[in-house]
Structure formats: structure tokens, C-alpha cells
Ligand binder design. Sequence first.
Ligand SMILES: Cc1cc2nc3c(=O)[nH]c(=O)nc-3n(C[C@H](O)[C@H](O)[C@H](O)COP(=O)(O)OP(=O)(O)OC[C@H]3O[C@@H](n4cnc5c(N)ncnc54)[C@H](O)[C@@H]3O)c2cc1C
Length: 490
Amino acid sequence: MTSNTTSPCQQLPWKDTAPSQVDVAIVGGGFSGLVALVHLCRALSSDKFAVIECHPRRAPGVAYGGCDDEHLLNVPAGRMGPIADDMGSFHRWLETRQPGKFRPDSFAPRALFGEYLTEFVLNEVARSGAHVSFVRGAVIDVRDAHSQVELTVVASGDASHQGAHHQTIVAQCAVIAPGVPASPAPWAHIQRDVPPQALIADPWESGSLHGIDPDADILVLGSGLTAIDVVEGLRRAGHRGTVRMLSRNGRLPLPHADHGEPPLSMTKEQLAGSPAKVLSALRAAARQRMAGGLGWQGVIDAVRPHIPAIWKSWTASERRRFIRRARALWEIHRHRVPVQVLADITAQRRAGTLLVERGELLALKSTVHGAIAASVRAPDGVTHVHVVARVINCIGPAMDLRHTIDPLLGAMQRSGIATTDELGLGIRSDDDCRLMNANGVPHQRVVIAGALRRGDLWESTAVPDLRVHAARAAATLLAQLAGQQTKGRN
Ligand SMILES: Cc1cc2nc3c(=O)[nH]c(=O)nc-3n(C[C@H](O)[C@H](O)[C@H](O)COP(=O)(O)OP(=O)(O)OC[C@H]3O[C@@H](n4cnc5c(N)ncnc54)[C@H](O)[C@@H]3O)c2cc1C
């Protein structure tokens, strides 16, 4: 390891070369991969680790490394600590940097969390003495090799991976934490002659929103958290033109509750039964809470600890029904925005500079003036054409991994080392995070962490859940490695 200082804006020391042999290889240098690394380093100070990241950013992952300095967290600072029994660590760090500026229930900038997480990881690694290589590269396959695991790594940015220079890392164990890939941009088959720079497939890609005429009109596909982040970022950068947000339901995320409301707790018995029964229990609890002058938000927070158990109790057809009929509504209640952000969005809608519409994108064509004509079918069946300078994909993560174009997740499914749940929401794992193969057999040396566990747990999205999964994944590997050492001695 290179550094144990705590100067501002440190970065992880990414290098292009991978070690050929390590004790544990970690795929993905986002929150989950790094928190698993910290747990492993704390316990195995003399071991060798490699973290492989295909897209090193200024801070870990899209959430904390792709944002501008003012994009806000959607979880209060006091609950963002990466270790479950020290949830307040991020807030304490904020206090040392900017005393009194943020309360534990404030929504601090995501970039500050990214800075904190980087420092935390660097300090933990340095303190442990473990040898960690941070490798810049994309893992395109993970397979078994003589009681070990072999990972194939190619240089980042080689989209085709054809003829790319491959490196192989052999590891005793592996953590797979690449997050869920983004939904492919929805214009592949419906666009004609539109210049590539006018279609922004990944708004978190560095520089992707630069160079837009500040008075131009823009079409944003999606109306969730990413869409809101993008609009806020554009406005901060001085964009004055009209932004049209288009989604199938035209619904924006709802606001967080006021600070300091008393929490609610619900029992698993209150939340038993089919999706319809659970949703009606939630509605009843929300009505009761609102009658007492409190926000409905407490009910969503109360159900969160029970979500994995509820999800596991549902059959595949109940899960499917939930996704088809209730997911959109669930998402806007669950993935909320700070009140001040929503107030700004509402002000833009009132001023007519932001339009939030329901509809379906039918076609994108280039106009003679170099703009884009976007044909959109409204809910009444009428097609409208909007002329815009850019179309930005803010649809969010892919919802079906069975036919994914992600090279790693595709290869692991084809080889049978991994499989998805019936709905294709995630990659299957057992309760100890062990990767499950197509026959339902848990892998002894490979665990998964992060949003890929969505199919088994549904709620596997934000730091309060992910830090627990990352710790569990690390504990599983520690037990495996300890067992190996014991066998080796006997
Ligand atoms: C815009 C945005 C804002 C968010 N805000 C919050 C918030 O305020 N609070 C909160 O709790 N959660 C938030 N989240 C949820 C967030 O996703 C989690 O908090 C967390 O960062 C996810 O971490 P992860 O490591 O599981 O996945 P990721 O952060 O997605 O990290 C996975 C990493 O793996 C890399 N990778 C993927 N495939 C490969 C491969 N084949 N080889 C090598 N590397 C690979 C990716 O480049 C990525 O860096 C937000 C998410 C987004 C997208």
C-alpha cells in the first residue's frame, strides 16, 4: 500500500498490471467491493488482495464518483457509515472537516462521502499491513481452476474484448461486486442518423454533459433519482433551456419526511401474506400515522428490515405481480429525495422550464438543423414530436440480467457458475452470499455483494443494506480460508 495520510481528495492507487496470484480477488471497486476488502484486511493482515475496477473514478462507484460537488446523498449522513456497528463514522468525519455544517440527519453531498470512503479504505488497508493491488481493468470471466478461482481481466475501455490483452489472476477466493449494469439506452433500434454525441447513454460518464448549448431543449428519459440528479446538475452548470422528463408513469420520487419524526416499528406478522395483503397493511399503517400528524415515510422505513423475509416468502408469480403492478409506486415511495431538492424541481415545473410527462419514445431522427426530432406517444395515443438538442438516458439499472450484454455476467451464466433468479433481477446467492450455480449449489470460494443480490433480497440497494451484505460476504470467505489453513496443517 502506498499511503496512510488523510489529505483531502486522495484517490485509490489504480495500476494497469494485475498480480498473477492473490488470496482474494474482488471484482468491482465500488462501495460493496471496498467494504468487503476492509473486513478482509482487518482479519487477514498478511494476505494478498486485488481489487479490479473497470472504471476508476475520482471516488468509488457511480454514486460517489460520478456526481458533481453538490449532488446530495439520499440517506442521512449519520447512517452512511460503511461499518454497521459504527454508522456515525461518516458524520464524525464531516465534523472534523466542516464542524457544525451537517447534522446527523442532514443529506450531505455525495462527493464528500466518496472522499471519506476513499480515505477510510486507504487508512484501513495501511493500518492492516495487507498487500492490496488496485487494478484498472474489466473482469470478463470468473471460473473454477484446480480448487482455486481464475479471473480473466482485460484493459478497461476495450468494449469488444476482441484481441484485447488478457491478464489472468488466480485467487483462493473471490468477491463479485460489480453492481447491476445500467439499462442499455433505449434508442438502439429507433434512432436514424442522430450524431452519437447528441445521444447520452451514460450521464455519469465524466464530461458527458459538457458542451450542451445552455439554451437548448433537452429530453431526459426516466423520471427517477438519476433524472432528478441530471436536471439539478445541468441547472447548476447554468442550463437555461427547457428540460422534458419522459417516463412511462410520469411519476417523480417523493420527499423524505421532516427531520426528527419518531420511528415506527412493524412486526413480521403485520407484514405477512401476498403482495396485495402487504401493500394494504402498509397503506393502513400510513393512514394511521398520517392521522397522528406524522409522515407516511416512517412506514416505508419500518418495513425495510423485513423486506428480504417478505420477498423470500413470495412465490415467483407473486414477485412478478409485485413488479408489474406495484414496483413503480413502491420505487417513488422508497427511493426518496431530500425536501430541498424536490422544492427546486417543483419551482422549475411551475416556471415551465421542466416538463414531466408520461409517454413512450417511438423514434429519434436527425433534423436538417442538426437537432433531434423525438416522436413520443402520449397516454391518449396521440404522437407528439419534440425537437431537442440532446437525449439523455436516465432509465436506471437493467431489470433483467438473463439476456444481459454485460460480458462478465453473461460469461458466468453461460459457463453455469452463476445463474439468475426466475425473474432475472439478480445473480443467485445463498444467505451467506455464496454464489449459487445453475443447479442451486453454493460455491465455496466465490461470494457476491451489492445490488446483484436484488433477486434474492429485493432490497439490496443502499449503504444501510449493502454494508451488512459486504460484511457477511467477507465473513463467509474468512471461514473458508480458515478452514483451508486448518486442513493444510492436518
Ligand atoms: C446516482 C446514484 C446515487 C446514489 N445515492 C445513494 C445514496 O445517497 N445513499 C445510498 O446509500 N445509496 C445510494 N446509491 C446506491 C448505490 O448504488 C450504493 O450506495 C452503492 O454505492 C453501490 O455500491 P456497489 O459497490 O454495490 O455498486 P457500484 O457502486 O455500482 O460499484 C460497482 C463497481 O464495479 C465496477 N465493475 C462493474 N463490472 C465490472 C467488471 N466486470 N470488472 C471490474 N469492475 C467492474 C463498476 O465500474 C463499479 O465501479 C446511489 C446510486 C446511484 C446510481
